[in-house]
Design a protein. Structure first.
Length: 86
Protein backbone atom coordinates (compact mmCIF):
# COMPACT_ATOMS: atom_id res chain seq x y z
CA UNK A 1 0.00 0.00 0.00
CA UNK A 2 2.83 2.41 0.79
CA UNK A 3 4.24 1.93 -2.71
CA UNK A 4 0.83 2.64 -4.28
CA UNK A 5 0.52 5.75 -2.14
CA UNK A 6 3.95 7.04 -3.13
CA UNK A 7 3.27 6.34 -6.82
CA UNK A 8 -0.02 8.24 -6.58
CA UNK A 9 1.68 11.19 -4.87
CA UNK A 10 4.50 11.29 -7.42
CA UNK A 11 2.10 11.21 -10.37
CA UNK A 12 -0.18 13.82 -8.81
CA UNK A 13 2.77 16.12 -8.15
CA UNK A 14 4.07 15.83 -11.73
CA UNK A 15 0.56 16.57 -13.04
CA UNK A 16 0.13 19.48 -10.63
CA UNK A 17 3.43 21.09 -11.62
CA UNK A 18 2.58 20.79 -15.33
CA UNK A 19 -0.80 22.42 -14.78
CA UNK A 20 0.30 25.01 -12.20
CA UNK A 21 0.55 28.03 -14.54
CA UNK A 22 -3.08 27.60 -15.60
CA UNK A 23 -4.26 26.77 -12.09
CA UNK A 24 -2.62 29.95 -10.77
CA UNK A 25 -4.76 32.09 -13.03
CA UNK A 26 -8.00 30.70 -11.58
CA UNK A 27 -7.29 29.16 -8.18
CA UNK A 28 -4.30 30.94 -6.61
CA UNK A 29 -4.10 30.42 -2.87
CA UNK A 30 -6.55 27.51 -2.81
CA UNK A 31 -5.69 23.93 -1.87
CA UNK A 32 -6.12 21.40 -4.66
CA UNK A 33 -7.26 17.87 -3.89
CA UNK A 34 -5.66 15.51 -6.40
CA UNK A 35 -6.36 11.92 -7.32
CA UNK A 36 -5.21 9.93 -10.34
CA UNK A 37 -3.54 12.97 -11.94
CA UNK A 38 -6.69 15.06 -11.75
CA UNK A 39 -7.80 17.93 -9.54
CA UNK A 40 -11.04 16.81 -7.92
CA UNK A 41 -11.68 19.95 -5.89
CA UNK A 42 -10.37 23.25 -4.56
CA UNK A 43 -10.61 24.25 -0.90
CA UNK A 44 -9.89 27.32 1.20
CA UNK A 45 -7.86 25.45 3.82
CA UNK A 46 -5.60 22.42 3.86
CA UNK A 47 -7.77 20.92 6.60
CA UNK A 48 -10.86 21.18 4.37
CA UNK A 49 -9.01 19.54 1.47
CA UNK A 50 -7.74 16.69 3.65
CA UNK A 51 -11.19 16.16 5.20
CA UNK A 52 -12.73 15.98 1.73
CA UNK A 53 -10.06 13.55 0.56
CA UNK A 54 -10.61 11.30 3.57
CA UNK A 55 -14.35 11.36 3.00
CA UNK A 56 -14.24 10.82 -0.76
CA UNK A 57 -11.39 8.33 -0.93
CA UNK A 58 -11.42 5.71 1.85
CA UNK A 59 -8.31 4.10 0.29
CA UNK A 60 -6.56 7.42 1.04
CA UNK A 61 -4.89 7.56 -2.36
CA UNK A 62 -4.98 11.32 -2.81
CA UNK A 63 -2.76 14.31 -2.25
CA UNK A 64 -3.15 17.99 -1.49
CA UNK A 65 -1.14 20.85 -2.94
CA UNK A 66 -1.49 24.58 -2.47
CA UNK A 67 -1.94 26.48 -5.73
CA UNK A 68 1.00 28.82 -5.35
CA UNK A 69 4.05 29.82 -7.36
CA UNK A 70 6.18 29.30 -4.22
CA UNK A 71 7.10 25.80 -3.13
CA UNK A 72 5.22 24.79 -0.02
CA UNK A 73 5.76 21.79 2.22
CA UNK A 74 2.42 20.69 3.61
CA UNK A 75 4.05 18.15 5.91
CA UNK A 76 2.25 14.86 6.05
CA UNK A 77 -0.64 16.29 4.01
CA UNK A 78 1.58 16.37 0.95
CA UNK A 79 2.19 12.66 1.47
CA UNK A 80 -1.51 11.78 1.39
CA UNK A 81 -1.65 10.45 4.93
CA UNK A 82 -4.80 11.24 6.85
CA UNK A 83 -4.81 12.54 10.38
CA UNK A 84 -4.28 9.78 12.91
CA UNK A 85 -3.03 7.15 10.44
CA UNK A 86 0.61 6.03 10.26
Amino acid sequence: MAENRQTEIDRNLAFFLRELPELMSRHAGKYALLRHEEVTGYYDTVADAVAAGNSLYPDQLFSVQQVSDAASNLGHYSYAVSLGNP
